[in-house]
Design a protein around this ligand. Structure first.
Ligand SMILES: Cc1cc2nc3c(=O)[nH]c(=O)nc-3n(C[C@H](O)[C@H](O)[C@H](O)COP(=O)(O)O)c2cc1C
Length: 249
């Protein structure tokens, strides 16, 4: 769970890291980190988010994964890019990017202001975002985690590509479900290429987002049960977040 506790060094506060270690100590078999952001350009959407992109950050997280392992539990580090769920000034590069120039409908609770209309991602942007995921994956490996999860849920960047509401692209990344999934597939394969065989690769999907809840984001059963799309990719598990599964699946 994103705790927004990191200072300028993008390392979570000590008590937040202790919380994760304590869960393993108390018997949890699988411990997830909060979603960390994948670059210093455009990935951040909230204050105080964490990264694993330099040695100090790797060292801080290594203590967490070591202790989780010492209690016999499996550690997974989750990562994401916030895409249009961001605002000017939150990222050093001062950019808000997304598949298409569609702003979330409601106000940003962080600023009390409307979200900005995001810049539609160019191919250059897409490659740069993939690089962020890959560099973060390397950091996660160096920090000793047993696996990583791509957060493709809850209306953040990868989920914004899946949703026909936030993705209005007319190129190979928009339109059909297959096209809307294409960018995620590129991220999966790029990350897989830097993961040792003994590390797990997971994705998290949902049919809801924290913005525009009233809009049906995409038919989750296409991905979750038919499995035609994700099952072709080198994944160890799919984590399905349903918010209220009785109403929304
Ligand atoms: C403050 C806060 C932070 C959250 N951070 C994350 C996160 O980092 N990663 C994530 O997958 N979900 C995050 N969530 C969403 C919840 O983990 C969860 O998905 C949601 O409560 C719905 O439950 P379900 O996923 O079991 O359907 C967060 C929720 C809250 C309230």
């Amino acid at each position: 769970m994103t705790r927004m506790s990191a200072a300028g060094d993008s390392i979570p506060r000590e008590d937040v890291l202790t919380f994760l270690k304590t869960r393993a100590k108390n018997g949890a078999g699988l411990v997830y980190t909060e979603a960390i952001v994948t670059d210093y350009e455009s990935a951040q959407g909230y204050p105080g988010q964490a990264r694993i992109l330099n040695q100090n950050q790797v060292d801080a997280w290594k203590k967490v994964s070591d202790e989780i392992r010492s209690h016999g539990a499996v550690s997974i580090c989750q990562m994401f890019h916030c895409g249009r769920m961001a605002y000017e000034g939150i990222n050093p590069a001062n950019r808000v990017i997304a598949p298409s120039p569609v702003a979330p409908m409601q106000e940003n609770p962080m600023t009390g202001m409307p979200y900005p209309v995001p810049e539609p991602m160019s191919r250059f942007d897409m490659d740069h975002v993939i690089t962020g995921f890959v560099e973060t994956a390397k950091g996660i490996v160096a920090a000793g985690f047993d696996g990583l999860e791509l957060h493709c849920a809850h209306g953040y960047l990868l989920s914004q590509f899946l949703s026909a509401y936030s993705n209005r692209r007319t190129d190979a990344y928009g339109g059909s479900m297959e096209n809307r999934y294409r960018f995620i597939r590129e991220v999966i394969h790029a990350v897989k290429a830097v993961l040792p065989d003994d590390r797990l690769l997971l994705v998290r999907i949902s049919n809801w987002g924290i913005a525009d809840m009233e809009v049906s984001l995409f038919p989750i059963h296409r991905v979750a049960t038919d499995g035609e799309t994700v099952s072709e990719d080198p994944l160890d598990a799919v984590s399905v977040s349903t918010y209220d599964f009785r109403k929304r699946l």
